[in-house]
Write a protein that binds this ligand. Sequence first.
Ligand code: GMT
Length: 378
Amino acid sequence: MKIGIVCYPTFGGSGVVATELGLELSKRGHEIHFITYSQPVRLELLSSNVHFHEVHVPEYPLFHYQPYELALSSKLVDMVKLYGIELLHVHYAIPHAYAAYMAQQMLKDEGISIPIVTTLHGTDITLVGSHPFYKPAVTFSINKSDAVTSVSESLKKDTLRLFDIKKEIHVVPNFIDLEKQEHNFTDCQRGMLADENERIITHISNFREVKRIPDVIKIFYNIQKELPAKLMLVGEGPEKEGAELLVEELGISDRVVFLGNSNEIDRILCFSDLFLLPSKTESFGLAALEAMASGVPVISTNTGGLSEVNEDGFSGYLSDVGDVKDMSENAIKILSNTDTLNSFKANAKAQSKKFDLRNIVPMYEAIYEETLKKFLVH
Ligand code: GMT
């Protein structure tokens, strides 16, 4: 099948999922065309089955806002015609589902039919999409998609609660390539960042307010009072400056390392003992799954889809949003005894197996086939 994938090319979870999905589909014989404004960060290897088409938005002084969705829909039309793309899979409703619908209508005018599969990732629904400024356009684009998927049951419920949706929503959870994980980094080189007796705690995100970075730091502050530990903060975003100030204020600068954005997440997780994700909202929590696949237990909140990923008392613990005390106590419970830590590490790995890409990617393939079949009949 020739599939066009539209996504954000950044370090955000939706872009990562879209890229890993495209790469796996290409291995399974499909021809994949990534169409976005720059090369997705995890798209390192281009092969004869994987193409990347950049969307340019020409600067024009008259435009106060550059019209990306216009440029994207035009690019989609051109690429569908040039490469004979049979289906568009758009990740993140805003503005991708909207632009894809426009492309679909333009192509229809030229006698070309192409179905759209839209995957909802979370913030396009829970934070941005439901804002009154966007809601009518988001509702319209979801309802006009030929198939709709969401990354968790919780996100499906939120979508149905917040929007007037007439389409069936298929839940297809995010996934992880466990085989790739197995082969990566047997030599973790943890000595480069921490002493032998120190526990390594990690947080990875885009440092937006929703990630509750001050909670990450406060939980770590409580942990390091009880046992020797280091905190690795991975990512960049608006909350980073405040985080640096809080770390200094608490007098723990020598125990906190800011690593910035990284393409070496596997390497960092390889030497981590515990992952912190105290988010205010999280439709799935791909970062938590990536941690678990590396055998790192997760201390998270119980918001959104996190309880579908992290099993309380098994792969880690879940607490209410903002309950720093409970999250700190749970973290210390796991970290203070090596046997307990090792059994949580093994459990985390076992839990991640539920999300092996070999089980999940065929779910997308089945949706593509079903959608194409229905679409061609009409
Ligand atoms: O969490 C973010 O800020 C990034 C965001 C995105 O759209 O890239 O992540 C969302 O999609 C991920 C992939 O499906 C999910 O794992 C994240 O839970 C979800 N984020 C939120 O719901 C806040």
